[in-house]
Write a protein that binds this ligand. Structure first.
Ligand SMILES: NC(=O)C1=CN([C@@H]2O[C@H](COP(=O)(O)OP(=O)(O)OC[C@H]3O[C@@H](n4cnc5c(N)ncnc54)[C@H](OP(=O)(O)O)[C@@H]3O)[C@@H](O)[C@H]2O)C=CC1
Ligand SMILES: O=C1CO[C@H](CO)[C@@H](O)[C@@H]1O
Length: 334
């Protein structure tokens, strides 16, 4: 049995998500953070002091050469994920990488293959499938509670907080709502249905109050195996549009407001011939802790990551197909 608490981390990237979600989750599991590496020394010193991290490196190679690190958590901007993951795997460190896994499908496959060939565990921090609300819906669907699944509707909308706007609204290869949010929708839908995506048609726009060089809103239709149709409506620009996930089948529907969030909130209801009733969600837990626990156990040879490289690559392939479809006006086969 792996002792999860003995795992020692190196953080790659002094990011907001590390600060707000992942460091607290690592600490809640009793694990040690040995060092952080960042391109910006001043920012990283401040980040390390705030988070009680003993060492700072501005050279990733120095962090990876340390022998008090078992694995890295990569939370840099999206276009750096591939090179940093390859460097970590070359140094024999297990890799928990932020979503999207990479910015192109070929990069994502390259990362997955590279980590496998080097014998290190790769997990991607698509945290939503680790939520108890999502596990409960998957269980309902698999048990036949809604009959044959026919459609999914995801609304992953709200207002992008000002402090996160930076690179997301820029024109870089990792910018825009589609890589940022539609990848979550795809990771969720594959998990809920246990089916793979087949085809995509989409329209994306930048129409919010804040100037954006890349799309801030996207509406996509994704056909899954068995002709299950999903709609993904994502927006950074709608302050009062709360998130929602629905799964509709021949014998019932599941409705789950506000479950597309970092916090373990939201409700799950089942509607069928007997009427509508709330589904109990007992042990809500923390999705980041669950993701980390499964990753660390997998790196010790027990079980598997909740979202592995292959699954995250399929989620990215949906997102890049959304971009292609919106540009071309054509449906895109996966
Ligand atoms: N799974 C989830 O729930 C979420 C995942 N994410 C993902 O995590 C990754 C990081 O996102 P996010 O935390 O918003 O990114 P941030 O913008 O906070 O950080 C990204 C990088 O920007 C640099 N940076 C940030 N702040 C400063 C500063 N004040 N001065 C200088 N450099 C700075 C750092 O570079 P350096 O690498 O050099 O330190 C950092 O790694 C992305 O891949 C994103 O998609 C984000 C939010 C939620
Ligand atoms: O993954 C994510 C979850 O939510 C954020 C918005 O609040 C995103 O922008 C982020 O990258």
């Amino acid at each position: 049995m792996t002792d999860v608490a003995l795992f020692r981390w190196g953080l790659v990237g002094a990011s907001d998500i590390a600060d707000t979600r992942v460091i607290p989750a690592i600490r809640a599991l009793g694990q040690r953070i040995s060092a952080v590496s960042s391109g910006s020394g001043y920012h990283a010193d401040d980040f390390a002091a705030r988070n009680g991290i003993p060492s700072v490196h501005t050279d990733l190679a120095e962090l990876l050469a340390r022998d008090d690190i078992d694995g890295v958590y990569i939370s840099s901007v999206n276009e750096r994920h591939l090179d940093q993951a390859k460097a970590a795997a070359t140094a024999g460190k297990h890799v928990l990488c932020e979503k999207p896994i990479a910015v192109t499908v070929s990069d994502a496959s390259a990362m997955t293959d590279f980590c496998r060939d080097r014998g290190v565990t790769l997990a991607i921090n698509h945290h939503l499938p680790a939520m108890e609300t999502h596990r409960k819906i998957r269980e309902l669907v698999a048990s036949g509670a809604i009959g044959r699944p026919l459609s999914v509707a995801i609304r992953n909308t709200g207002l992008l907080p000002e402090h996160l706007a930076g690179w997301r609204l820029g024109s870089g290869p990792g910018a825009g709502i589609v890589l940022d949010i539609a990848t979550h929708d795809a990771s969720v839908t594959e998990h809920l249905l246990g089916l793979r995506p087949v085809e995509v048609a989409a329209v994306t726009v930048a129409h919010g109050e804040r100037p954006s060089e890349s799309a801030d809103t996207s509406v996509a239709v994704v056909r899954y195996e068995n002709d299950v149709i999903a709609s993904f409506h994502d927006s950074y620009a709608t302050p009062f549009a709360r998130s929602l996930a629905e799964v509709h089948g021949t014998a019932g529907s599941i409705r789950a407001p506000e479950i597309m969030t970092p916090d373990p909130i939201g409700e799950v209801s089942l509607v069928d011939a007997r009427g509508e009733r709330r589904v109990d969600v007992e042990d809500r837990g923390n999705a980041y802790e669950r993701t980390i626990r499964a990753f660390v156990a997998a790196s010790g040879g027990e079980g598997a990551p909740i979202v592995d490289g292959e699954t995250a690559t399929r989620a990215l392939s949906v997102a890049t197909a959304i971009q292609t479809s919106s540009r071309s006006g054509e449906r895109v086969r996966l």
